[in-house]
Each structure stands twice: as C-alpha cells, then as structure tokens.
Design a protein around this ligand. Sequence first.
Ligand code: NAD
Ligand code: UD1
Length: 334
Amino acid sequence: MSILVTGGTGYIGSHTVCELIQNGYEVVVIDNFSNSKRQVLTSIYEITGVKPTFYEGDVADITLLEEIFTKEKIDAVIHFAGFKAVGESVKEPLKYYQNNLESTLHLLAVMQKYHCQKFIFSSSATVYGDPASLPITEDFPLSTTNPYGTTKLMIEQILKDLYQVDPTMNITILRYFNPIGSEKSGRLGEDPNGIPNNLMPYIVRVATGKLPQLNVFGNDYDTKDGTGVRDYIHVVDLAKGHVKALDKLDAGLHIYNLGTGTGYSVLDIVKTFERVNYVSIPYQIVARRPGDIAACYADVTKAKKELGWQAELSIEDMCLDAYHYIEQANKRAD
Ligand code: NAD
Ligand code: UD1
C-alpha cells in the first residue's frame, strides 16, 4: 500500500514516515522545505534503511500533484503540510489561510480526480478553544482564537462537507494535543528557527545554554501549582497513532484525540527535565501569555477503543529524548 505523506520531512511527518516504513508501507513524501531540511531524508534512511520516494515542491501545485498521482499508485494520503505558528498566524493571517487552505483544497481535488478516497488530516486540540470542562472528548464544542486554529477548523468543516456528498470516502481527523520528544537515535527531532514559542524547545535551549532562562507564563491559573497544564504526548506515540488510524481506515468520517489523557504543569515539565537530564533550568515567573488557557487534556477513550491505540511513553521519556536530539544535533554541527 502506497501512502502519500505531505509535509513528510517536518517534525511529526518525519517520525510518521519512519513508523510507516517500519510497518511495511511504501511511502511517497512531498515537502517544500519551508520548515524542514533535506537532511531529514538522510536521517529517515539511516533509521529505517529505506529511502522514501521524494518530491520537492508545494502541495498547492496541482501540476506536481497530478504528476505524483500519475506516477505513484497512491492508496491513501496523510496530510501534515501546513504552517503551524500561532503567533505568526495572528500577524500574517493571509499567509496561513493561503498555505493551509489552498494546499488542502488542491490536494483533495486531485485525490478526487484520481479516485483516491483515504485521507488522514492533522488537526489540533486548538479547535476546542477554552474547554468548559476536562478531560476533552471529541464531541466538545469547537471554537478558535487565532487564524492558525481557524484554518484547522475550516479544513475539518471542508472534510465534513466532502463526506456528506461522498460517504464512500475514508476520512480520519486526528486532533493532536502537545507533541514533544524525538525518536531514540537522536536523528530526528524539533529545533525551530529563532526563539521557540513552545515550551519544550524553549527548555532545551535553556538546557544547552543558548537562552539564559525560561519565562513561565503565569503562576496564577486555577491548576495544581498555578502554571498552565497540558497533555504532552511523545511524538513517536503520535506517529504510531497514524499507523493505527491507517490500518483501520474504513468508510466513514472519524475524529480522534491523540493525547495521553494526563495533564502536566509547566513546573512538572521543568522539574522532570532537570531530574532526568541532570541539568538546571533557571526560570522566572512572568505575566500570562495572551490567548493561553489554564488547562487542556484529552479523553483518549475513543482512540483506545476504536483504533486499539494508546500512548505508551512517559513524560520522562519525552524529556530525555527531546534533550538527546539536541545534544546529538549539536555534536553533528561541531
Ligand atoms: P512542521 O512545520 O515541522 O512540518 C510541516 C511540514 O510541512 C514542513 O516540513 C514544511 O516544510 C511542510 N510544508 C508546509 N507547507 C507546505 C506546502 N504548502 N507544501 C509542501 N510542504 C509544506 O510541523 P509539525 O509539527 O510536524 O506539524 C505537522 C502538522 O500537524 C501541521 O499541520 C500542524 O499544524 C499539525 N499540528 C502540529 C502540532 C504541533 O505541536 N507540532 C500540534 C497540532 C497539530
Ligand atoms: C501551542 C499552540 C496551540 C497548538 C499547541 C500544540 C499557542 C498559543 N498555542 O499550545 O495552538 O495546538 O501548541 O503544539 O502557541 N509556556 C511557558 N513558557 C514558554 C512557552 C510556554 O510558560 O516559553 C507555557 C504555556 O503558557 C503553556 C505551556 O507552557 O501553559 C505549553 O505551551 P506551548 O508549548 O506553547 O503549547 P500550547 O500553548 O499548549
């Protein structure tokens, strides 16, 4: 079975490509390297012993998509490609609507033309907005507070509309909670350009001395220690969730939360990171970050019951592996 993975050299995509190859799938990747590096393809080869077929280009490029669907026998598509920085999406909304929506619309149109009916989409827990209660189940009301989140919600709606007119389609929407960590060898991971916005990449920069200290955004939330609580999930567990979703892909439109079901506070993460990696993470408490919510974690019953999937790796694994990747990357750069 041949799977087209859009954004397959990105953080989650590259981990998923490895899991797919290790589970016997043939993989075709398209990426324009707008937020990833060509070196990732070598890393995938080093980890799996297989070079996925690769097309460099934009998912919005219909001519290229047609070439891929003509040359490769694509049975299913996993669509990771898109921009994902919340703050940037507020400043440059058109860039986000254009890239995330146009690429998805063009991809779906070409899939339709080539009678490819299996589609897995990367959505986000951000579509739950500020949830009224916890844990969050898939039927919670949806809302967003920024253009990035709105693109996810709009694409979910597009998929629901498409399914209405073609109920033979197999569509799975996966709503990720907070992916962190890296695969064990330290060859793939997350190292954003510039100053990181997200917690784990920021902590890693502090641990390696590239940033002086972590700013903890608020300690006056209604949580166990006052700092924000999130459902962090190891990226390898998340990648495995895609393989399970693909194995299971049957006619219908299915939506699953992919998280662990457990919430950890910012200070839990800082303390665990310090303990398992034997480093110190100096921090100061600063004002809340606008738009942040107090707490967010998933009810993962549905994915467990219907996909037979649940996260297995611990918060200790996540902290160890995130640091290991950067240590290895820094060694490679020396
Ligand atoms: P990433 O930026 O590492 O990967 C996205 C990849 O897509 C990159 O390699 C980029 O070069 C590529 N890309 C972007 N636009 C493209 C286009 N038009 N054509 C071809 N390639 C394009 O991001 P990620 O963390 O791996 O996230 C993957 C998906 O999961 C995204 O859709 C993201 O919104 C979603 N998601 C991510 C998180 C997270 O915390 N990382 C959480 C929820 C949802
Ligand atoms: C962010 C995105 C969200 C996306 C999610 C998963 C924002 C506003 N939201 O969510 O859309 O779905 O990632 O990738 O970017 N924190 C600090 N100091 C820091 C960084 C973060 O204290 O320097 C705190 C935050 O206040 C929060 C927690 O750490 O309580 C996690 O933050 P982050 O990693 O940015 O993820 P989310 O805000 O959950």
